[in-house]
Design a protein around this ligand. Structure first.
Ligand SMILES: Cc1cc2nc3c(=O)[nH]c(=O)nc-3n(C[C@H](O)[C@H](O)[C@H](O)COP(=O)(O)O)c2cc1C
Length: 324
């Protein structure tokens, strides 16, 4: 068996790389560790560099100025990639963040890049999201862009901040706008825990084994049974409302000018007030109402959960094989 494996050509893995705070990069380093350690695997990391870079920490208006293009998935121009498009990868690891309930702009920039279709066509893709906790509708958009490139999404790993939703709605923006990750007023730290990040090595180990056996050529997930994706269906309705609002306000803002245009600024201020009121009133109301009505919607919520946990699922029966 070992001989059969070593006589094959080395497996080539493309890892897309973009991370502002370094959080998603640390996740990917853990996942890629076991792949790099395997002499039968060659890893290429492609770092995305938007020509007009997104600052971290974000100035207040610049942060909100990113929502119209995020919601409308308008790709930013990226610095030239080191890839030519004719490379033949066996597996693609696609880490992605959520920005305003849509895939982050650098990832949209990559997926709408002219080379993406050539790099991704027919290729198995493992997507890995690390975000606050609202990723479901953004995942639909990501899947749409992958399908447009004729890529095969085989797995989805979901990592979300462990804090309560209402707390993270404050701690995450504070982290983004000031760089302060530490919790305040009794709220937990923003972002993933070190334990969550280190735990992702299990995905790398499973991918290494899957590649050794050529399982990436099959159609099934490679990361089933590893607790890859847990969806919280109670957030779905809030995401729907938010997505609609980002889309409509985004349309208005885009009509006012390009990113950074002075004419956008008063509208952005107005939108911030609207969003703040929405978050402190409608969201808790919707979560509370849903808690009361949950028994009536049980089946619908279970269906939403099952749908969004595809393709990898939330089962954990293989964790003992690959966990620390
Ligand atoms: C502009 C912006 C908008 C964001 N919007 C969302 C969101 O809608 N839902 C969510 O779960 N996380 C959201 N986040 C958090 C990110 O998904 C991510 O967790 C964070 O930016 C850290 O990612 P990094 O690896 O780039 O440092 C947002 C972050 C930024 C910068």
């Amino acid at each position: 068996m070992t001989e059969a494996i070593s006589s094959q050509r080395r497996k080539r893995v493309l890892v897309v790389d973009y991370s502002q705070t370094g959080q998603l990069r640390r996740v990917m380093e853990r996942i890629v560790e076991p792949l790099r350690a395997d002499p039968g695997i060659e890893v290429h990391v492609e770092t995305l560099r938007p020509l007009r870079d997104y600052p971290f920490p974000w100035p207040f208006l610049r942060f909100f100025d990113a929502f119209p293009e995020s919601a409308h998935m308008v790709p930013p121009t990226l610095a030239p990639l080191s890839l030519k498009g004719d490379e033949d990868f066996d597996l693609v690891l696609l880490p992605w963040q959520v920005w305003f309930l849509a895939p982050s702009l650098p990832i949209t920039g990559f997926l709408k890049h002219p080379l993406a279709a050539r790099l991704l066509k027919g290729k198995p893709v493992v997507a890995v999201v690390a975000c606050r906790n609202m990723w479901m509708l953004a995942f639909e958009k990501l899947k749409g862009m992958l399908a447009a490139n004729e890529a095969r999404l085989v797995d989805h790993v979901v990592l979300t901040d462990p804090g309560p939703t209402l707390a993270t709605l404050f701690t995450t923006p504070v982290w983004m706008l000031s760089g302060r990750k530490k919790g305040f007023w009794g709220m937990p730290d923003a972002g993933l825990t070190t334990q969550q990040i280190d735990g992702t090595r299990r995905f790398g180990r499973a991918l290494r084994d899957a590649l050794a056996h050529g399982h990436e050529r099959g159609s099934g997930p490679l990361l089933a049974g590893l607790g890859a994706a847990n969806a919280q269906p109670r957030l779905y309705f809030g995401e729907k409302t938010g997505t609609r609002s980002f889309y409509l306000w985004g349309k208005l803002l885009r009509a006012a000018g390009e990113p950074g245009a002075t004419a956008r600024k008063p509208l952005l201020g107005l939108y911030f007030v609207f969003l703040f009121v929405l978050i402190v009133t409608l969201l808790p109301l919707s979560l509370g109402l849903q808690a009361l009505l949950r028994p009536l919607f049980k089946q619908r919520l279970s269906r939403i959960q099952a749908q969004f946990e595809l393709p990898s699922g939330s089962a954990t029966d293989r964790c003992h094989l690959y966990g620390d």
